[in-house]
Design a protein. Structure first.
Length: 150
């Protein structure tokens, strides 16, 4: 489409982008709500809505990764290692607590100590991979921004 035919100025484009961002967030939260309802209220098996879960997971991870890369304002060299480790530990604890809550309260299952330890290590590994990939994308995005400035 021709940009002049639509008569889009900077203000109009900014408004359209805000609307798109709000609708994106509403869509993602709605899908998460529907999946949670199907799993915890209707007690459907995960395989019945696994396709939606994969799409939501990929979409959210791609959005976060894209933001880290294209914004480029996060200089990994200047980041304090303590912040990254604190964020990692916080996400691990939150993910582990949610996992235990999900199985014991929402799904009303008994967990053995081996299962709890297994869940902890699984959450730790997945969170570690996500933090490493996020830091790499932030670093590459920062390098991209610095090259554009030069």
């Amino acid at each position: 489409m021709n940009r002049k035919a639509l008569n889009l100025d900077e203000r109009t484009i900014k408004i359209i982008l805000k609307i798109c961002a709000i609708l994106y967030a509403i869509t993602i939260y709605s899908l998460i709500g529907v999946m949670s309802y199907r799993q915890f209220v209707l007690h459907q098996a995960v395989r019945e809505f696994e396709d939606m879960a994969i799409i939501v997971t990929f979409n959210v991870l791609a959005m976060i990764g894209s933001a880290l890369y294209f914004v480029g304002g996060f200089a990994i060299k200047k980041a304090i290692l303590r912040w990254i480790v604190t964020g990692y530990v916080g996400f691990v604890l939150f993910g582990f607590a949610f996992t235990i809550f999900r199985y014991t309260v929402l799904l009303d299952q008994e967990l053995s100590l081996n299962q709890v330890v297994g869940y902890f290590f699984t959450v730790s590994k997945i969170t570690g991979i996500l933090v490493i990939v996020g830091c790499l994308l932030a670093y590459l995005g920062n390098r991209r921004t610095e090259k554009q400035i030069d």
